[in-house]
Design a protein around this ligand. Structure first.
Ligand code: NAP
Length: 468
């Protein structure tokens, strides 16, 4: 992530990008240790499933199929490298000076940038944009920093992680658990409380069930208290002691790798914000901003995961940054709209959503005003492959007192990411149940299920699919 410095020289304005951590290449978490390598490992897992399905479609192969972790990571890291290079070129083309240094404010309008050799350079600017993001959190238990890895390590791990314990139960945890299981590894997920906190809990449980079908084991209501190394190696062997969150029970397990996915800490601390009075939330470490991404110090702006109360998603940061630049230097006024931001959990069976969960909708609206339409569905590609006919699920939440407006959209199914993107645009246009009914489906697709939703949850009718 970056701190951007803008300065004017001889009437010509220019922009300097100072990266906060010289250990991470251009593109931040998403490109280097997040969305991009994650989506490619997700694809590797999907190809494994496709191989299994392919036999039903007549493909015959006699040689043993196995996955090579090193080949995959090398190819993915090469792609990430090409993106880094591309960003560098793009900055050059736009005459943006790139400074690979650690930045911190030293006084108003002035930062110190320290490069990898310890050389310090000072920059002054009229305006600053902070986009320093977040870093994976550790647990603070015995053995975690010594023996556990985080998502920052996984995508470039030089060896196959083997039997893996994933600690945590949100996006990062379930996505990593999903692709590791899809690659054929034994995966256990240790869940402190619920799956996918903040998401629709019915959908979260369905995501969990789809992972269980893949062989992922869940250890619910446990937290690790100690990690011991039993054997060194690549991977080695680790013993994890965990205790119940509901009683005195403890369990022990042996794994090759322990992946911590227990959330991320904001990188707002240690960049000298206190020296210039930028307010940082005591509780979250994130930076509160107003509706034009301005911090408590008017010449300092912030975008991205570091913002308090905004979705920590790359496209949100990109949109907010683009609009901020236009407002600051392009004479435009448009503000970033943080409502109805679509998102997808890239578990092998993807979960896409936009708008409210059932729980949140029930808090915001009167229960009587809500109608939920839902169905299980069976993708046509899954029929011949004889995959489960009651795993994929679609649901919309409508506000009856507002023309049956769709206020929540949820899908668990193949390519949910691609599907959700289009429906998110429709929700921006004020999608209603009637508009969905008036839309002609594309047959046979998964997305068409939303044009034929008939059963309401309140009716309590069976939505199970028959067949196979
Ligand atoms: P997160 O959403 O903050 O979730 C942290 C998880 O770790 C929760 O399940 C939490 O359980 C658990 N946890 C926290 N402390 C724990 C402890 N001491 N012991 C055991 N479990 C513990 O973090 P994240 O999954 O790392 O995601 C970070 C951000 O990245 C998210 O805001 C998301 O927007 C973004 N992201 C997006 C995508 C995507 O767009 N596909 C993918 C990955 C990440 P509790 O529920 O009990 O608190």
């Amino acid at each position: 992530m970056s701190i951007t410095k803008e300065h004017c020289a001889k009437g010509k304005s220019s922009t300097t990008r100072v990266s906060q951590h010289f250990c991470q290449s251009l593109g931040g978490t998403c490109v280097n240790v997040g969305c991009i390598p994650k989506k490619l490992m997700h694809q590797a897992a999907l190809l494994g499933q496709a191989l299994i399905d392919s036999r039903k479609f007549g493909w015959e192969y006699s040689h043993q199929v196995k996955h090579n972790w090193e080949t995959m990571t090398e190819a993915i890291q090469n792609h990430v490298g090409s993106l880094n290079w591309g960003y560098r070129q793009a900055l050059r083309e736009k005459a943006v000076a790139y400074v690979n240094s650690y930045a911190e404010f030293v006084e108003h309008h002035k930062i110190k940038a320290t490069n990898g050799k310890g050389q310090e350079t000072y920059y002054t600017a009229a305006k600053f944009v902070i986009a320093t993001g977040e870093r994976p959190r550790y647990l603070g238990i015995q053995g975690d920093k010594e023996y556990c890895i985080t998502s920052d390590d996984l995508f470039s791990l030089p060896y196959c992680p083997g039997a893996t314990l994933v600690v945590g139960a949100s996006y990062v945890a379930l996505e990593c658990a999903g692709f590791l299981a899809g690659l054929g590894l034994a995966v256990t997920v240790m869940v402190r409380s619920v799956l996918l906190r903040g998401f629709d809990q019915e959908m979260a449980e369905r995501v969990g069930a789809s992972l269980q079908q893949l062989g992922v084991r869940f250890l619910r209501k446990f937290v690790p208290v100690e990690v011991q190394q039993l054997e060194k190696g690549s991977p080695g062997r680790l013993k994890v002691v965990a205790k119940s969150t509901e009683g005195a029970e403890t369990v022990e397990g042996v794994y090759n790798t322990v992946l911590l996915a227990v959330g991320r800490d904001s990188s707002a601390r240690n960049i000298g914000l206190e020296k210039i009075g930028v307010r940082v939330s005591e509780k979250t470490g994130r930076i509160p901003v107003n509706d034009v991404e301005q911090t408590s110090v008017p010449y300092v702006y912030a975008v991205g995961d570091i913002l308090e109360g905004r979705p920590a998603l790359t496209p949100v940061a990109v949109q907010a940054g683009k609009l901020l630049a236009r407002r600051l230097f392009g004479g435009r006024l448009e503000k970033c709209d943080y409502v109805n931001v679509p998102t997808v959990v890239f578990t092998p069976l993807e979960y896409g959503c936009c708008g409210y969960s059932e729980e949140k909708a029930a808090q915001v609206y009167q229960k009587e005003s809500l109608e939920v339409y839902h169905t299980l569905f069976w993708p046509v590609e899954w029929t011949v492959a004889c995959r489960d006919n009651n795993t994929c699920y679609a649901k919309i939440i409508c506000n009856k007192f507002d023309n049956d407006r769709v206020i929540g959209f949820h899908i668990l199914g193949p390519n949910a990411g691609e599907i959700t993107q289009g429906f998110a645009a429709a929700m921006k246009c004020g999608l209603t149940k009637q508009l969905l009914d008036d839309t002609i489906g594309i047959h046979p697709t998964c997305g068409e299920v939303f044009t034929t939703l008939e059963v309401t949850k309140s009716a309590g009718l069976d939505v199970a699919q028959k067949g196979c």
